[in-house]
Design a protein around this ligand. Structure first.
Ligand SMILES: O=C[C@H](O)[C@H](O)[C@H](O)COP(=O)(O)O
Length: 214
């Protein structure tokens, strides 16, 4: 089975976690696009969605799903999103599509985070996928120097502007032994808006294709 089929299967299974009449938190990316297809089929059964990106909002509206602001709903029962890497503790690297900050906010505001991946993204140690870090544009060089001091190799994702008007540094050459500590350490660098490590708040449920990760 190819990766796209695995993503679609994960999205179909994730749709089973959506409760009738609820507000659904929706992530960003190619796997989420399959999930939005599933949500479209259920649009009369759900209330509305909170979206993590302009891209996902557009897809949701195209399928007739109302998109509301997180501030108007408070705590969400469910957030569904993809990831770039996932370890055995359901800790993730996210942000390959530059949506990490809004994704992390919605994940933090959700009771249950269901993450959909294909088998190639399941790793023992996070860090082979370059770690995205969203930065305030004027702080780009400063943050990059601080990351180098900490052993990382930051590369500016030139040309990418996030939905928040910020820039992305992708940090290469990491083998993340303690993801919670690294998330905390990078969060403390002045000028960092968000680190694409979801370790302090990992996923609750990981679907690898249609299989539940133990
Ligand atoms: O910023 C993007 C998100 O974190 C995505 O969830 C992540 O990059 C995975 O995307 P995809 O499902 O396209 O592989």
């Amino acid at each position: 089975m190819d990766r796209e089929q695995q993503k679609r299967l994960a999205a179909q299974r994730a749709a089973g976690y959506v409760e009738k009449g609820s507000v659904v938190g929706v992530g960003t990316g190619s796997t989420v696009a399959y999930f939005i297809d599933e949500l479209g089929k259920m649009r009369d059964e759900i209330d509305c969605a909170v979206s993590s990106s302009e891209r996902s909002s557009e897809l949701l509206r195209e399928r007739g799903i109302r998109v509301v602001d997180l501030n108007s709903v408070g705590t969400l029962p469910l957030y569904v999103d993809g990831a770039d890497e996932c370890d055995g503790h359901k800790r993730l690297i996210k942000g390959g599509g530059a949506a990490l900050t809004r994704e992390k906010i919605i994940a933090a505001a959700s009771e249950r985070f269901v993450c959909m991946i294909d088998p190639a993204k399941r790793v023992d140690v996070l860090g082979k996928f370059p770690l995205p870090v969203e930065v305030i544009p004027m702080a780009r060089s400063h943050v990059a120097r601080e990351i180098v001091k900490r052993g990382g190799q930051p590369v500016w994702r030139d040309g990418t502007v996030t939905d928040n008007g910020n820039w992305i540094l992708d940090v290469h050459n990491l083998s993340i032994v303690d993801p919670v500590a690294l998330e905390r350490e990078y969060n403390q660098i002045v000028g960092v808006v968000c680190v694409g490590l979801f370790a302090a708040r990992p996923a609750d449920i990981v679907l690898i294709g249609d299989q539940l990760m133990a």
